[in-house]
Design a protein around this ligand. Structure first.
Ligand SMILES: Nc1ncnc2c1ncn2[C@@H]1O[C@H](COP(=O)(O)OP(=O)(O)OP(=O)(O)O)[C@@H](O)[C@H]1O
Ligand SMILES: [Mg+2]
Length: 357
């Protein structure tokens, strides 16, 4: 069998740049090297693309871009077999690749922008296509679609940043007509809880709205769900069947699962499987698969829920979907799949073999 060349892209002009470095380290450590040759392209925080040919430790510790092992790389949309090229010694060298695996998260990475570029070139890539990526990144759009398909979710309102600029101090009227405090305020398209605030009183609302609007031109206000945070991994099997994993549970160990709880403090606790009823697990798996199909996803996605209540009274509420979920070896997605019988390296193989244009 001819070895395929897989191009892993990492980093990115996104608030989740650091997460990507850890995610791609997980892939580099677990990809089946008997099947795949690998080239790595790093994207700096400023959005510069480089071919990186140094040790993987320098990706993990963040020094890859100052290591001297980088060469500027250019994108050629008219060449599906070699969409990237470098210039060496005055000559253009095209990089032959069979598949791209973007192992990066958030804006400019997971939101359809890169995916559109790969589709334009006609090169196969792992994960959702351009449209599904864009829809899933924009929480307001995903919610609007899912609300017409009967997916249970928190009550929400959406404001544009322009409206917030004009009337942040009076929007409490609309908010208080629809919700009681606390409410959650969040950018429609961001990630890692950046710009997310739990607002407990009218006085805190304008600052929260302005903060969220820094990160996106659309801002969501949501009913507070007093529940447990449950995540589930969805995957296309090689034959096209869509499977869902067991559920995992996150206890953030803080007021909510904010940036510090995710990446800085050691307060969060993770439970695989989640401490929920078997019937609730089944219900979540069915809803997650429906969300995946409804939003047109391909490859993989992690779907996040709240479960409110206990025992027979457990109620399932969709929160959001992530089309390139955190992928470090201790991240929820690979852990859930591993627990459900798909080891990390097989998971990577399935994703690569399921790549599409
Ligand atoms: N309506 C809500 N009720 C209760 N808690 C919420 C609500 N919305 C968000 N949260 C809390 O805020 C956290 C972050 O919100 P959310 O998952 O919507 O965005 P995000 O995590 O920034 O996006 P991503 O997972 O794509 O990085 C959630 O994990 C949860 O702890
Ligand atoms: Mg989230």
């Amino acid at each position: 069998m001819r070895k395929k060349t897989v191009c892993l892209i990492f980093g990115g002009k996104s608030t989740e740049y650091e997460v990507s470095l850890q995610s791609v380290t997980g892939v580099l450590n677990n990809i089946d090297r008997n099947r795949y040759d690998i080239i790595t392209i790093g994207v700096t925080r400023e959005g510069r693309f480089y071919l990186y040919d140094g040790p993987r430790e320098k990706i993990e510790d963040g020094t890859w871009c100052t290591s001297g092992n980088i060469t500027p790389v250019f994108f050629d949309p008219s060449n599906p077999d070699a969409p990237f090229a470098i210039v060496t010694g005055g000559d253009v060298k095209q990089l032959q690749i069979d598949c791209i695996f973007p192992v990066m998260h958030g804006k400019n990475c997971e939101d359809g922008t890169l995916q559109g570029m790969f589709s334009l070139a006609g090169v196969p890539y792992v994960g959702c296509g351009c449209t599904a990526s864009a829809i899933c990144m924009d929480k307001a759009t995903a919610k609007n679609i899912l609300s017409t398909h009967g997916i249970p979710q928190a009550k929400y309102l959406c404001f544009t940043a322009d409206e917030i600029d004009r009337r942040a101090d009076t929007l409490y009227e609309v908010v208080e007509e629809n919700f009681s405090y606390p409410v959650f305020v969040k950018p429609s398209a961001a990630g890692s809880s950046v710009g997310v605030t739990k607002v407990k009183s009218r006085a805190d609302l304008p600052a929260a709205l302005r903060c969220a609007s820094i990160h996106d031109r659309k801002v969501l206000i949501e009913e507070f769900i007093d529940g447990r945070e449950i995540e589930i991994a969805v995957l296309h099997e090689p034959d096209g069947t869509i499977i869902a994993s067991e559920c995992g549970e996150i206890d953030p160990g803080s007021e909510f699962y904010d940036y510090a709880a995710k990446y800085i403090n050691d307060t969060a606790k993770y439970y695989v499987p989640a401490r929920i009823e078997k019937s609730t697990q089944k219900k979540i798996a069915a809803i997650a698969k429906k969300v995946f199909v409804t939003l047109g996803c391909r490859g993989f996605a992690r779907v996040d829920f709240f479960v409110r209540g206990h025992g027979d009274g457990e109620e399932v509420i969709f929160n959001e979907i992530n089309t390139i979920p955190g992928f470090t070896s201790i991240s929820m997605y690979p852990r859930l799949m591993e627990y459900s019988g798909v080891p990390y390296s097989e998971l990577i193989t399935w994703l690569i073999e399921g790549a599409g244009t």
